[in-house]
Design a protein around this ligand. Structure first.
Ligand code: KG4
Length: 338
């Protein structure tokens, strides 16, 4: 079965073509990072204009690379929520056009779930129920996933997402946007002393023992205070401590989520999972706590991409979920699939 996946929820325009939900026939991504760089964050109007400009090109390149025609497609999957409304609409209109001309069934999918489906493309079949840890530019949350198509929130962020914190802290330190890769590189230059004390206070230290929640706006303020008070601190040292403090909260929440749900399997996904320090740390944490942890190895599968949309679409389509023109997009996560 051949499926096409369209992703346009934020700042990547992407089309992927996937066979049987597991094999990538083609994947094209246009990233808007350079367009948003001057503003150090995603500007919604710039994002939707750019999707509109690039989406046909990305589609034709992807079709050409896969060497298929529209009549070969069994379904078209498209991100319908959550995301920037204007941007989501561009992807949705493309799916509608393909449907209008070729009668290809449309499978509208949840962006967050598609991140968890990305693992299929590395040959990992998820066993349900599983926990899903999502750390990206717009989300920091843990879900319990009973099956593809359903997701229960175990804990969410109260303010900023982790990727957003990386981007903002990078701004404070004069590092380029997006902040994640820049901070990771700086942090890797720093070798801590034996038993070195944390420079930043632990996050959410007064949270109830059984509660799962993220909050990353405090760490940004703490870094701002730290560098104002101690401007002599080398940037790599500050980056190292920022990562340490932020990742400690991720581990603490995972431990609680396992205790609350009894689920010992975790899929980790989202742009921040491109961070190899985090991935190493999570693998160690899982080993120590006898948990099964899966995270994509390829960076391209951590970031927003059309292949993961096609993969999730494959499972939903097989379950009988598909629609014609009559679906809507939504900026917030929808419990239903259309
Ligand atoms: O999932 P994603 O590609 O899309 C959005 O949510 O928009 O995530 C992008 C986020 C950015 O905030 C970026 O700074 C962060 O992921 N990121 C990283 C790394 N690479 C990208 N964060 C930490 N370490 C990295 N190596």
């Amino acid at each position: 079965m051949i499926g096409l996946g369209i992703e346009s929820s934020c700042d990547e325009t992407s089309v992927g073509i996937v066979k049987d939900g597991t094999e990538i026939l083609s994947l094209k991504i246009f990233t808007q990072i350079d367009l948003h760089k001057p503003f150090r964050g995603v500007v919604p109007e710039i994002a939707s204009r750019s999707h509109l400009e690039k989406i046909n090109l990305v589609l034709s390149e992807s079709m050409e690379e896969a060497g298929i025609g529209f009549e070969d497609l069994d379904y078209v999957a498209v991100t319908r929520s959550p995301g920037l409304t204007g941007s989501l609409m561009i992807g949705a209109q493309l799916a509608r056009c393909i449907h209008a001309v070729f009668r290809t069934p449309i499978v509208p999918v949840c962006h967050l779930q598609s991140h968890f489906a990305a693992l299929q493309l590395e040959g990992v079949q998820p066993i349900f129920p599983t926990l899903g840890l999502l750390l990206s530019g717009g989300n920091s949350a843990i879900y319990r996933i009973p099956e593809f198509g359903r997701m229960e929130t175990v804990g969410d962020t109260m303010d900023d997402a982790l990727g957003e914190a990386f981007d903002k802290v990078a701004g404070l330190l004069g590092l380029p946007y997006p902040g994640g890769p820049a901070i990771e590189e700086e942090a890797s230059k720093y070798v801590p002393e034996e038993g070195e004390k944390d420079l930043l206070p632990p996050l959410l230290r007064n949270l109830e023992q059984d509660r799962v929640a993220f909050s990353f706006s405090g760490v940004k303020t703490a870094v701002a205070h730290l560098i104002a008070k101690r401007p002599e601190l080398p940037v790599p040292k500050v980056c190292y401590h920022f990562q340490n403090t932020a990742f400690e909260l991720v581990e603490r929440n995972l431990k609680r989520a396992v205790a609350v749900t009894g689920c010992r399997r975790i899929i980790a996904a989202g742009g921040v999972l491109a961070n190899s320090t985090l991935k190493k740390r999570l693998r160690k944490f899982a080993e120590k706590n006898y948990l099964e942890l899966f995270a994509p190895d390829k960076k391209i599968l951590c970031t927003d991409n059309g292949a993961m949309v096609a993969t999730l679409g494959y499972y939903l389509f097989q379950k009988g979920y598909s629609t014609g023109l009559e679906f809507t997009v939504s900026p917030v996560r929808q419990e239903t699939y259309v």
